[in-house]
Ligand binder design. Sequence first.
Ligand SMILES: [Zn+2]
Length: 161
Amino acid sequence: MSDELNTQKMLVSKIPNGTVIDKIPGGKSLQILKILGIKDEVENTIAVAIRVNSKSMKTKDIIKLKDRNLSIEELKKIWLIAPQSKISIINNYKVNEQFTLSDKHFSNEFEGVLQCNNPTCATNMNEPVVRQFYLMQRDPILVRCLYCDRVMLENNIRDQL
Ligand SMILES: [Zn+2]
């Protein structure tokens, strides 16, 4: 079997339950695995395809996670770096729910997820204030803390995801 056929076979094999993240911009899946806390110890079955040919995108990555659901926090983090990702929730071999993250109506103004990197920001001082940010730009990503106006750059943000 050719390599291409093997790749296709891997992509079409279905998972009984879990989550499929499709249409990830080519090469970004490792960042998403990091967001999901998948590093050195893996307990469930995971299939990752990196830079496969795509009609709508030049290349894309796909992640299939058996027996794994994503939290809102995780979805928001993925939305920050790959908003066009398509999420499919699989139950009993069937797609139970499917959506593109950018259609999930996560606002450019969002709570939590990140921590302001200004050490003297009130959100870092154990004060009862909510961490709130504004997504100013993507590629490269720029996020502003709504409390102290500190702008965080891609590097600051990536370290936190
Ligand atoms: Zn701040």
